[in-house]
Write a protein that binds this ligand. Structure first.
Ligand SMILES: *Cc1c(COP(=O)(O)O)cnc(C)c1O
Length: 391
């Protein structure tokens, strides 16, 4: 049996071979294995140096100062540290927060937790195009709003929010801004200084680095000292204790360097593949792309098919490794909350598929995927099969 074609790059990406090689140099006795916090011998100094090189590589990807990067275990932890780290410095009754209804669960569940502690939170409703705009943020601000948390790019629909303008509003109003950029880093050019966000979350495994490592950007100018969520040896300027995993960090740095160097070229290629895939569906009727096409990352096509049962569709698409809704909620049979929030009907949300494309996707892959989708959907609808490829 041939392996399914992997079209789930938004869930995770394979580790780039060059990244894996760099990581393998940091594990064994012959390699750079030591504790980066060991100050008394050269093993430790070498490990620390590797960590600092990687810190510089990640900082370069987003034009940050290396001193603004805090290593974490991933974007989930970064989001927790940013949101709870700000909130816990304040009394619940004193402050208000703003976020959106289409954030990743790692953000939404932090705010649910804060609400249970008595903090007030406003949840913004994006438009039908799936975009959170600066006007929405501006109208939700209150005199005691302490932090706005809006994601850069949505993980399900790939829509890019109006982050520049949101950042401008927050700066003008003296409100802190946190941006979950897990789906933006390596896909969109980011300059944190120019943007002016105070906190930004990253995850290595979304850009061909390993799982289990991420970072939080903490703007120096904001002079923020976040309340630690993990207490211990005081690593990472007291914001995140725990022995630094040199191999993971070196992997994230190497992945950041590679993706930064190839971003423009890679995006153009992936966009071409995505468009070829969508063109390949042209012979099929009754489908729609969810969310704005104009404000969308290259690698995402979230498509709803009318007149087919969602469960049957996914079962029949075994040759394609794709996602319904986001991977994190695929245990539940609920339709995706993101699609519901942007006004997609339950029936259509149930028969929606997120195709996401990346570094190792080929022309053959997208042609096969388009043909498979056309055949499958036609068959499920009881139509005769149609040719997919207009080329
Ligand atoms: C993947 C993802 C996360 C979680 O990142 P982990 O490193 O897997 O914890 C958070 N937010 C968004 C938008 C994501 O895509």
């Amino acid at each position: 049996m041939r392996k399914p074609v992997y079209l789930d790059y938004a869930a995770t990406t394979p580790v780039d071979d060059r990244v894996a090689e760099a990581m393998m140099g940091c594990l064994t006795m012959a390699g750079n294995f030591a504790n980066p916090a060991s100050r008394s011998h050269m093993y430790g100094w070498k490990a620390e140096e590797a960590v600092e090189v990687a810190r510089g590589e990640l900082a370069d990807l987003v034009a940050a100062d290396p001193r603004e990067i805090v290593w974490t275990s991933g974007a989930t932890e970064s989001n927790n540290l940013a949101i709870k780290g700000v909130a816990e410095l304040e009394r619940p009754s004193d402050v208000h927060f703003v976020t959106s209804l289409i954030e990743h669960k790692a953000v939404l569940d932090c705010f649910k937790h804060l609400e249970s502690q008595g903090y007030k939170v406003t949840y913004l409703q994006p438009g039908r195009d799936g975009r959170v705009t600066a006007d929405m943020v501006a109208s939700a601000l209150q005199p005691n709003t302490r932090l706005v948390s809006v994601m850069f790019v949505n993980n399900e629909i790939g829509v890019v929010n109006e982050i520049d303008a949101i950042a401008r509003i927050c700066r003008e109003q003296g409100v802190l801004l946190h941006v979950d950029a897990a789906q933006a880093a390596g896909k969109i050019k980011i300059d944190v200084g120019e943007l002016g966000a105070d906190l930004m979350s990253f995850s290595a495994h979304k850009f061909y680095g390993p799982k289990g490592i991420g970072a939080l950007y903490v703007r120096r100018k904001s002079q923020l000292k976040l309340a630690a969520q993990i207490h211990g040896g005081g690593h990472e300027r007291g914001m995140r204790s725990g022995t630094l995993p040199t191999h993971q960090i070196v992997g994230m740095g190497a992945a950041a360097k590679i993706v930064g160097e190839s971003l423009g070229e890679e995006n153009a290629r992936i966009l071409w593949l995505r468009n070829r895939f969508l063109n390949g569906l042209c012979g099929l009727s009754g489908w729609q792309v969810n969310g704005s096409m104009d404000h969308r990352v290259a690698g995402n096509a979230n498509v709803s098919f009318s007149g087919v049962d969602g469960e049957a569709l996914l079962m029949s698409l075994r040759d394609l490794a794709v996602s319904t809704g986001s991977a994190c909620t695929s245990f539940s049979v609920e339709p995706s909350y993101v699609l519901k929030v942007i006004g997609v009907s339950d029936a259509l949300a149930h028969s929606s598929i997120r195709f996401s494309f990346g570094r190792y996707t080929t022309e053959d892959d997208v042609d096969f995927a388009a043909q498979t989708v056309c055949d499958t959907v036609s068959k499920l609808r009881g139509e005769s099969s149609i040719a997919s490829n207009p080329f």
